[in-house]
Design a protein. Structure first.
Ligand SMILES: *[C@@H]1O[C@H](CO)[C@@H](O)[C@H](O)[C@H]1NC(C)=O
Length: 322
């Protein structure tokens, strides 16, 4: 029924529009309801775009009776304010806003699974690492730039004003205090060729990955500010797209990053200090078989239709009854 439903826009984190459809008749809900699900949309998208609502509807079809909450950030924003907030503002500010929102939703009180699309996956990590009350159970991210981006995300075609202006401002100086406070992408821009500048200026993704700053001698300080880390999550399911050209490098979705000394080499998670010194609990999770680095075929956010990659993830990791 939902063929071609979830094919997403190639150049943003948006999930594409779905054809209108009739709500299926639902069987009576079983005694124990499936765990609730929180979904955080991607860059350029909004909580209740056609694509996002269709995705939530697909979840409800798979798990009748499930409570699904699409995050609106900032709180009560109109869809245009919400879309703009993907480009402009403070990532920490959005995270804090949603920490407060989610703590007030009765249906989530016993914990929930969470899905983050693209940069939404970073924001939901902020929630899990710094708030997590109620707790995230399975944390699922699609194409999220977990170890940052080394190039700006291309504007959609045709470009939006918010994107064009943000790109122009970013080019004027991505590591200025102003950019780091006001441009969302600057807050997860991690250029391996300018690592010192990154470690001095960045607060958001650097802290999210427990990377310290630089000490007075210009040496990296090591672990700092990872919050709770991710060790308390039941499963971290991080999905990369094998033809992702939107996030650079695409394998940032698996915490890979570009080698500081060689721009043609992508260093996988297991070779990073982040994993080896277990800065945010990923190594411990991995040892328990609870870190899952999966790959979907296709370009950024092409999660497919019925029975395809996105569906398979929903079938395996969402809707648990414990
Ligand atoms: C850089 O990495 C590429 C790909 O991994 C490799 O072929 C090349 O030899 C490396 N260059 C240097 C200077 O190490």
């Amino acid at each position: 029924m939902l063929t071609a439903l979830l094919v997403a826009l190639a150049l943003s984190g948006a999930v594409a529009a779905a054809p209108a459809q009739q709500a299926p008749l639902q069987p009576p809900a079983p005694a124990a309801s499936p765990r609730p699900l929180v979904i955080w949309h991607g860059l350029g998208d909004t909580a209740h775009s056609e694509g996002m609502d269709a995705f939530a509807e697909r979840v409800r079809e798979l798990y009748p009776g499930i409570y699904v909450h699409n995050v609106v950030a900032p709180r009560d924003a109109s869809s245009s304010e919400e879309s703009r907030a993907g480009w402009w503002g403070s990532a920490v500010g959005l995270g804090e806003d949603v920490c407060e929102q989610l703590s007030e939703i009765d249906e989530l009180a016993g914990g929930f699974d969470a899905i983050g699309f693209s940069q939404g996956g970073l924001f939901i990590r902020y929630y899990a690492q710094y708030c997590n009350d109620p707790p995230v159970r399975n944390l699922i991210t699609f194409g999220s730039p977990h170890f940052g981006i080394a190039a700006l995300i291309p504007c959609p075609d045709p470009p939006t004003v918010a994107c064009t202006l943000a790109a122009r401002a970013a080019k004027a100086g991505i590591y200025t205090g102003w950019a780091q406070r006001n441009l969302i992408q600057a807050q997860y821009y991690r250029d391996p060729a300018r690592l010192d500048e990154f470690l001095l200026a960045n607060q958001f993704i650097r802290a999210l990955n427990g990377e310290g700053g630089l000490d007075d001698d210009g040496e990296p300080t090591g672990r700092e500010h990872g919050g709770l880390g991710l060790g308390q999550v039941e499963n971290v399911v991080a999905i990369a797209f094998d033809e992702d050209e939107t996030v650079v490098p695409g394998l940032s979705a698996h915490w890979a990053t570009i080698d500081t000394n060689n721009a043609s080499t992508v260093v996988p998670l297991k070779e990073q200090q982040l994993y080896q010194d277990d800065l945010i609990g990923l190594r411990a999770l991995d040892k328990k078989g609870r870190l899952h680095l999966l790959t979907c075929p296709g370009r950024h956010m092409e999660i497919g239709g019925d029975g395809e990659c996105g569906d398979k993830v929903l079938e395996k990791w969402v809707g648990w009854r414990a």
